[in-house]
Design a protein around this ligand. Structure first.
Ligand code: AHN
Ligand code: ZN
Length: 334
């Protein structure tokens, strides 16, 4: 059975790509293109083995479901890794209410590089994992997922970028933000009343109360499900509307690096993800690099919110494509 909202998402994906094939885009400014081709800085080499090891380490704690011992232990691990890589670390603890009234002991973890620099870019991912495999067989609906791709992959890529920043800093300040409680959104099996904004609780909190008052950044990049073999990253709808220049810059950079098969220059559907709240509450344009599957019936990759979202399905080539692209973008900011 295809849940209604997922069917909608799939439809949006299909119509989105159909629209783009007959449309024309003249929004990309020549200036951005010229800047990119004239004074290119080559970023340090992203190490996908290292990113993979950070994903493996997270998964080995067990599902990082808020209020669980695994969640607590992994939070400590992530903060200590950022510390080890030379970032100034902020911990935001908050009690956040889930769709079902449960109080989630949440922790957003932020690692800041060059904290006093005004020119900043934020890189983010969610670090919690979903308490429900609600896209799996019914008997697994209440089984928490490993979230190797959905959660750990984005965090693993960002930890490797943190390690690289310590070795060689880009010109701008970077904030690496690990949002909590993204994936506790209302499940399809829930019989209670509909509630809005049940996903992305950690980023909603951070958006209202950032780790430093009046926090600003030029732009943000959100990584979500960036580790599957043969991943496809389309232009996500909300990013296309609110962060078009940055989005094009990322996809052009990927193409230049030879990762055009991952970063596909076609519209995908719109996803409610952490970038929406980064933009809504802080006015920071933020691009979601998220894996869509146009063939699949959920709109996302086949392991999404299933018990198959495991380390076996993480592919280093995808991590390399995403990590190197993001680094190339941030090392070219002046
Ligand atoms: C919704 O399903 C509404 N948003 C997807 C955001 C998400 C969940 N990303 C990873 N897991
Ligand atoms: Zn999820």
């Amino acid at each position: 059975m295809i849940p209604y909202k997922n069917a909608l998402a799939a439809l949006a994906l299909l119509t989105g790509s159909a629209l783009i094939s007959c449309g024309s885009s003249k929004e990309n400014s020549n200036r951005t293109e010229e800047t990119e081709t004239q004074t290119l800085i080559q970023a340090p080499a992203f190490n996908a083995d290292s990113a993979y090891a950070y994903i493996d380490a997270q998964v080995k704690f067990g599902p990082r479901v808020p209020n669980s011992p695994a969640h607590k232990a992994c939070g400590n691990y992530l903060a200590s890794q950022l510390e080890r890589f030379g970032a100034k670390v902020y911990n935001q603890y908050a009690d956040l209410m889930a769709y079902n009234g449960a109080i989630l002991k949440a922790r957003n973890i932020i690692g800041a590089y060059k904290p006093d620099t005004k020119k900043r870019v934020m890189l983010c991912a969610h670090w919690d994992s979903r308490p429900y495999a609600d896209q799996d067989d019914e008997k697994y609906h209440h089984t928490p997922i490993d979230g190797a791709n959905d959660g750990a992959s984005g965090v693993g890529v960002l930890l490797e970028i943190a390690r690289q920043i310590q070795l060689q800093a880009p010109a701008v300040g970077i904030d690496i933000v690990f949002f909590d409680a993204e994936d506790y959104g209302i499940p399809d099996f829930y019989k209670g009343p509909y509630k809005p904004d049940t996903w992305c609780l950690g980023s909603q909190y951070w958006g209202r109360i950032p780790h430093v008052s009046d926090y600003k950044a030029r732009f943000g990049i959100l990584l979500d499900m960036v580790g599957a073999k043969g991943a496809a990253f389309y232009y996500e709808g909300f990013s296309a509307r609110t962060a078009n220049n940055v989005m094009k810059k990322i996809w052009n950079t990927a193409e230049r690096l030879g990762y055009g098969q991952y970063f596909i220059k076609q519209e995908g559907g719109e996803v409610t993800d952490d970038h929406v709240y980064v933009n809504r509450f802080r006015g920071i344009p933020c691009v979601d690099i998220i894996h869509y599957d146009i063939q699949g019936n959920t709109g996302f990759n086949p392991t999404w919110h299933t018990t198959d979202d495991t380390i076996e399905n993480i592919d280093k080539a995808t991590l390399q494509a995403v990590g190197q692209t993001v680094m190339e973008v941030i090392y070219n900011e002046k």
